[in-house]
Design a binder for this molecule. Structure first.
Ligand SMILES: *[C@@H]1O[C@H](CO)[C@@H](O)[C@H](O)[C@H]1NC(C)=O
Ligand SMILES: *[C@@H]1O[C@H](CO)[C@@H](O)[C@H](O)[C@H]1NC(C)=O
Ligand SMILES: *[C@@H]1O[C@H](CO)[C@@H](O)[C@H](O)[C@H]1NC(C)=O
Ligand SMILES: *[C@@H]1O[C@H](CO)[C@@H](O)[C@H](O)[C@H]1NC(C)=O
Ligand SMILES: *[C@@H]1O[C@H](CO)[C@@H](O)[C@H](O)[C@H]1NC(C)=O
Ligand SMILES: *[C@@H]1O[C@H](CO)[C@@H](O)[C@H](O)[C@H]1NC(C)=O
Ligand SMILES: CC(=O)N[C@H]1CO[C@H](CO)[C@@H](O)[C@@H]1O
Length: 767
């Protein structure tokens, strides 16, 4: 009953505040070519847009006195990566704006969510060698990170010993709350904060919890920026765990931090402004560890903004999302985006739980103290009232849990908050258990008391023991850091393909370390982010595709400095064709989501796991020009105003073209077949560019997916010089039998010559 009244009140609240505001923020996309022509007569596009707004608001108020100051204010004017503006408008005004000459589309602003040092060695990067050779690191690249801002005083962003700021940098250090211009240096060369869109949606930033400046109040942006390009800092660790040097993938890169994410998320209008600023400032690579639900590219502001960036030669790396392991949970799936999945490294933080009856289970935790004694074990009713099994706030009875180890199930409140509840009630330890859906994937957390996670199988046994033993007991021992787990393993949380928007490409593209990553952290935020946690750290361990994405951004920056003339698609191709798909035991990479330890598929890891040194010298690349992408959009039957969002004006789609979406010169192959029809044939064309050995002869090797036979024509590509392009055709023939009930089958196509292995995964979807 109380709940119903509460819901009703909330509901009414929403309705009334909606009615009171009556207007919402929109991003209005305009035809770049038309606006350019008009600019010449009116001065700047800003004046032109102000005139549009004035005319629609006055015309629609029909003679009522219109006070100048009550006109809707432009939040941003976009002139480079996209063309248009963002503004708060009523529904009526939105209808009038659609009639303005040059109008292309209007997209309601929305909030995106964040996809919340040792990894260099795991990736084979070594000081003084290969990509980390001093000559390669001496050149200048700038990595732009759009996130929650940055903690500028952190040693990962110290500027001493670096050469002057690169001459192609045009940006600045934006001053704001607790952020003086002097906070930028030769490492952190620029910073900006974009919050007009956020404040229009969520209200004014609460300055007791966040800063109206580039300073990071959440830690996420500091962590991701240091993973991509933070300094090499010796002696880093997390409360004694994961000791070693912390270093960004491209640790000599310069960093520009663009803050567009706040307490409740990141507004698309702010994101577009940040992308545009970064492009104008001269960044070489952009890293975005955030996203929203998949939607067609012509209504996806992130896809439209990212396209503007790649047209300016800037590779944009995005996190795939943390919504796995179900199929088609992928975010950020436009083919011009680099979409990054997350996997485990070989590093682990094991624990051992020993029950009173001698059973032993292995778990994981970032708690690093002494083992507990054998202590009484309590669960559910034995620990408190309703919800005691989830250890929610106030659910545990101090009388029942004092001095004992409490079993808590995941869900409802955060994992570290459960530990806090146990500690507040006087408990001595916690065992955090997975249910069947959560399986065996163990999250390690910096608990504030001796605590460990256990997988679903152990959970069943331990619940049974605690229910049926008259005097249940347990102890937890913490075994520190080990470096011997088989790796990589795909993280269950990592979002999966196929992309519902673009099933003609495999997404995600690649996987990189994204579980238990140690990186820089603001000194005023505790590792658990709980108020009761008074510990302060310089480096924190976090997990998510948010953490894997900046690894790829940093590696892209390394490759960019080696091959300054390569396009974003060429760098992407190099990273993808050289990725590996076997783990450290030379068996196919497995999937933490699979109970039967089946191997992971390209819809979990794309082309495989990144191998930076190999990516530096791929032999051949699949290049894609901006025009190639636009022809691809034509093949998706986008109409002229949808095409103009990407092409920036007039683009006539070829009328007699037989180009299909699968002909995009993508590094992987996705094929859709009907389960019933047999002998259906799909033929795709590809073009390879030689960047390896001038005279070289590549031969094709195919590994056919189940139920499909493959014909490649020609079977040998003879290159005579560098930069030469040669094309081939690949036909997939559906045999239509033996596929059974599987929805997908997988294979690969490799062009091999001497040390080079240019590999593309193949994914067939049976519909
Ligand atoms: C658009 O294309 C048409 C026909 O190709 C051409 O006449 C016109 O000048 C173009 N407009 C702009 C603004 O480029
Ligand atoms: C701002 O945040 C603080 C701390 O959470 C809270 O106490 C305060 O009420 C908030 N202020 C507003 C205006 O929401
Ligand atoms: C243990 O008891 C709880 C209720 O207290 C019950 O929900 C659970 O199913 C029992 N588990 C086993 C394995 O018997
Ligand atoms: C990957 O593992 C499979 C199965 O163990 C093996 O057949 C294959 O040769 C391995 N591939 C590479 C590149 O080592
Ligand atoms: C393109 O399609 C959109 C959405 O269906 C529509 O609103 C728009 O008017 C179309 N534009 C043209 C030029 O047909
Ligand atoms: C195949 O797809 C269908 C429909 O999406 C789903 O119900 C089924 O579980 C899938 N099969 C497998 C083996 O994943
Ligand atoms: C830049 C580039 O090489 N683009 C090529 C990609 O492949 C398609 C299909 O083979 C070609 O038409 C493009 O020219």
């Amino acid at each position: 009953m109380i709940l119903r009244i509460l819901l009703l009140v909330l509901f009414l609240n929403i309705i009334t505040s909606y009615a009171a505001v009556d207007s919402e923020t929109y991003v209005v996309h305009m035809d770049k070519a038309k606006i350019k022509a008009l600019d010449a007569s009116l001065g700047t596009s800003k004046r032109w847009y102000e005139a549009i707004i004035e005319s629609i608001t006055i015309s629609s108020s029909e003679g009522e006195d219109q006070d100048q100051s009550s006109l809707p204010k432009l939040l941003y004017v976009y002139e480079n990566v996209v063309s248009g503006f963002s503004v708060k408008l009523s529904e009526k005004h939105v209808q009038s704006i659609k009639k303005v000459d040059g109008f292309l589309s209007v997209i309601k602003d929305e909030l995106f969510v964040l996809h919340t040092t040792h990894s260099p060695r795991f990736l084979g990067l070594q000081e003084g060698i290969g990509l980390w050779d001093h000559r390669n690191l001496a050149s200048d690249v700038i990595i732009g990170v759009i996130d929650t801002g940055i903690w500028p005083e952190h040693p990962s962003f110290g500027g001493s010993g670096l050469s002057p700021v690169p001459s192609h940098w045009n940006g600045k250090c934006q001053v704001g709350t607790k952020f003086a211009a002097s906070k930028c240096n030769r490492k952190l060369i620029g910073a900006g904060a974009f919050f007009k869109g956020y404040e229009a949606i969520a209200g004014r930033i609460n300055e007791t919890v966040d800063y109206r400046s580039p300073r990071d109040s959440q830690g996420h942006g500091t962590h991701t920026a240091s993973t991509a390009g933070g300094n090499l800092v010796k002696g880093a660790s997390f409360l004694g765990l994961a000791k070693g040097s912390a270093a960004g993938m491209r640790y000599t890169a310069r960093i520009a931090a663009y803050k567009a994410c706040y307490q409740f998320g990141c507004a698309s209008s702010d994101m577009l402004a940040a992308i545009e600023q970064a492009v104008n400032d001269g960044v070489d690579v952009l890293s975005l560890s955030l996203g929203g639900a998949s939607k067609p590219f012509y209504i996806d502001n992130l896809a439209i903004g990212a396209f503007g960036a790649i047209q300016n030669g800037i590779l944009v790396s995005f996190s795939a999302g943390n919504s796995g392991p179900s199929d088609s949970t992928i975010s950020n799936s436009a083919p011009w985006m680099m979409t990054v999945a997350a996997s485990y490294m070989e590093r682990g933080f094991p624990t051992k739980v020993e029950l009173g009856d001698g059973q032993v289970f292995l778990g994981a935790s970032l708690y690093s103290g002494k083992p507990t004694k054998q202590l009484p074990l309590v669960y559910d009713e034995a620990a408190g009232g309703e919800d005691a099994k989830f250890c929610t706030k106030g659910s545990l009875s101090p009388r029942l849990v004092k001095g004992k180890i409490v079993i808590c199930e995941r869900g409802v409140n955060s994992r570290v908050a459960k530990g806090e509840e146990v500690k507040l009630a006087g408990g001595a330890g916690m065992i955090l258990i997975n249910d069947e859906n959560q399986g065996e994937e163990l999250f390690v957390d910096p608990h504030i008391l001796p605590a460990t996670s256990l997988g679903a199988t152990a959970a069943i046994a331990i619940k049974k023991y605690s229910n049926f033993s008259t005097n249940p007991m347990a102890m937890i021992a913490f075994e520190g850091t080990v470096y011997s787990n088989p790796a990589p393993i795909m993280a269950a949380f990592s979002s999966r393909g196929p992309s519902p928007i673009a099933p003609d490409t495999i997404k995600p593209d690649i996987t990189a370390p994204g579980v238990n990553i140690l990186a820089a952290w603001p000194p005023n935020i505790s590792p658990t982010q709980l108020n009761s946690d008074k510990r302060r750290i310089r480096f924190n361990i976090m997990s998510g595709t948010s953490m894997s994405c900046p690894h790829i951004s940093g590696v892209a920056a390394l490759i960019k400095s080696l091959h300054q003339d390569w396009s974003p698609a060429a760098i992407k191709s190099a990273i993808m064709t050289t990725a590996y798909t076997n783990d450290s035991t030379n068996s196919p990479i497995t999937d933490a989501a699979s109970i039967s330890s089946e191997s992971a598929t390209p819809f979990a890891f794309g082309s495989g796991h990144i191998d930076p040194e190999k990516a530096a010298d791929p032999g051949l690349i699949y290049d894609i020009s901006a025009e190639d992408y636009i022809i691809y959009l034509c093949s998706l039957s986008y109409n002229s105003s949808q095409i103009a969002l990407f092409a920036g004006g007039n683009f006539s789609c070829p009328s007699d073209s037989d180009f299909q979406p699968g002909d995009l010169n993508y590094t992987s192959f996705a094929v859709l077949f009907s389960r019933k029809g047999s002998n259906a044939i799909v033929t795709y064309k590809r073009t390879l560019t030689n960047v390896g050995v001038p005279v070289s002869s590549y031969a094709v090797e195919v590994n056919e997916p189940k139920g499909v036979s493959i014909i490649v024509e020609p079977k040998v590509l003879d290159f005579q010089k560098l930069g030469e392009k040669l094309s081939y055709k690949v036909s997939f023939v559906a045999m239509g039998e033996g596929v059974g009930s599987t929805n997908f089958s997988f294979g690969s196509l490799v062009w091999a010559y001497q040390k080079y292995c240019v590999r593309s995964p193949i994914a067939v979807t049976w519909m």
